[in-house]
Design a protein around this ligand. Sequence first.
Ligand code: CO
Length: 147
Amino acid sequence: MAKRNIVKLGDDILRKVSRTQLNFDEKLHQILDDMAETMYEAEGVGLAAPQVGILRRFCIIDVGDGLIELINPVIEKSEGTQTGDEGCLSIPKTYETVTRPMKVTVRAQDRNGNNIIVSGEGLKARAFCHEIDHLDGILFIDRKEKL
Ligand code: CO
């Protein structure tokens, strides 16, 4: 495994729409492993492929109860709302109040291309939404509450 550089705000790649990941091969597995190492070292709870310079639709999340890898994720269902502070490894030392669903269900594929459904509440739901936004070039600062 190898740590990768995290792209920071101002880099155009963070504003682009990522493309579908079609290959579930060793190359993908290597990138996912590198992303996990990078996320844990930076003490983040999520990291999306564009944040390491790859415009493909996948991301990883770990809110403290285990690593989740989502390839081509789509939010299937969302319920309720939560309002709280949010940050991003690409925008250091910046926190904004963002309203997200309280509970979301995501349809995705795992690293081998199997279909998976994952659900999360609270912080996990927030992380799913935040990371999937990255795949569409959307950053949490775009969604900050106008107080
Ligand atoms: Co982020």
